[in-house]
Design a binder for this molecule. Structure first.
Ligand SMILES: *[C@@H]1O[C@H](CO)[C@@H](O)[C@H](O)[C@H]1NC(C)=O
Ligand SMILES: *[C@@H]1O[C@H](CO)[C@@H](O)[C@H](O)[C@H]1NC(C)=O
Ligand SMILES: *[C@@H]1O[C@H](CO)[C@@H](O)[C@H](O)[C@H]1NC(C)=O
Ligand SMILES: *[C@@H]1O[C@H](CO)[C@@H](O)[C@H](O)[C@H]1NC(C)=O
Length: 267
């Protein structure tokens, strides 16, 4: 499913991609401040997301195959969060916080809106086919005070050779993503002019034109990946809004509203 989403997302328009990219509009309607992008997490509900260990009213349902070697956990971050921790509990339905042991990485001090992905260590002493649950715990300032949030993703551990999925593992923040769009610079010619002789040495040796080309390429690449992520996320999260939706709508970033306005109205 991730693979086919990638293809579709590459075809998606840049407007659609940047409008929906970071999940900001989704916060409070289909997710809390932070959610798993991969593996798939349990359905979110505002009423349960501060309840340990899993922040969901649902038990394990859909398990994602997770490789013993080369696994990762990817996040969609709608709002700044702190003290992010990942833990794992082996078994079919861990229900106690004490079942969960430190997983990858031990602790992340802070994350900002966007996407982050952390590589998992090789899982040892666990048989192929073992079920497990990965817990995400973090603090976020929800409605004016810090609260502890939980989310869980249910997995079945498989050998690396049996794992055929591709993990949407990338890091991008809202600020990185929006910077080039706001300047709206036309992409530079791919033939860069000779470097000015006056510039002193010691830098990377790239001309401004070359750097711009790299930046544009990176952004285009990121757009395609994020588009895939968004498409993937929207496909699997189509829950109706609930009571927490309204306050969150008010801190949707301005880029979102601009992109939502039809082209005619913007002139
Ligand atoms: C489980 O996966 C199926 C098929 O992808 C989907 O229709 C269903 O909504 C999922 N259930 C949950 C609780 O996410
Ligand atoms: C893992 O969970 C699935 C259902 O989610 C179940 O069918 C399967 O038997 C479990 N595997 C083990 C080894 O218990
Ligand atoms: C949470 O955010 C509100 C509004 O931005 C701010 O007034 C408050 O000081 C914050 N609280 C904490 C504990 O960070
Ligand atoms: C994303 O950033 C975190 C923190 O800097 C780092 O540990 C992780 O390896 C990065 N992930 C990728 C895929 O680059």
């Amino acid at each position: 499913m991730v693979r086919s989403s990638l293809l579709l997302a590459v075809a998606a328009s840049a407007t659609a991609v940047s409008a929906a990219v970071h999940g900001e509009g989704a916060e409070g309607s289909i997710m809390g401040p932070v959610a798993f992008l991969w593996p798939e997490d349990r359905p979110w509900s505002a009423a349960a997301d501060n309840t340990a260990p899993c922040g969901s009213t649902s038990g394990p349902m859909n398990r994602t195959a997770f490789p013993l070697v080369g696994g990762a956990v990817a996040l969609t971050i709608a709002d700044d969060a702190y003290n992010v921790a990942f833990r794992i509990a082996y078994g079919n339905n861990p229900t106690s916080q004490s079942d969960f042991k430190t997983f990858v990485p031990s602790e992340v001090a802070a994350v900002e809106a966007g996407h982050q992905c952390y590589k998992a260590p090789t899982i040892t002493n666990v048989a192929d086919g073992t079920n497990a649950t990965i817990q995400l715990e973090y603090w976020s300032n929800d409605s004016g005070r810090d609260e502890t949030f939980y989310a869980c993703a249910d997995i079945t551990i498989v050998s690396a050779t049996a794992f055929s999925d591709s993990i949407p593992c990338f890091n991008v923040t809202v600020t990185e993503f929006e910077a080039p769009a706001s300047s709206d610079a036309a992409p530079q010619s791919s033939v860069a002019p000779p470097a000015p002789a006056a510039v002193s040495g010691g830098d990377s040796g790239l001309t401004t034109g070359q750097k711009a080309g790299i930046a544009v390429g990176t952004i285009i690449g990121a757009s395609a990946i994020i588009g895939a992520a968004v498409f993937f996320a929207l496909r699997r999260r189509s829950k109706p809004s609930d009571s927490e939706a309204a306050p969150y709508m008010t801190h949707t970033k301005s880029a979102h509203s601009v992109e939502s306005v039809p082209a005619v109205a913007r002139q």
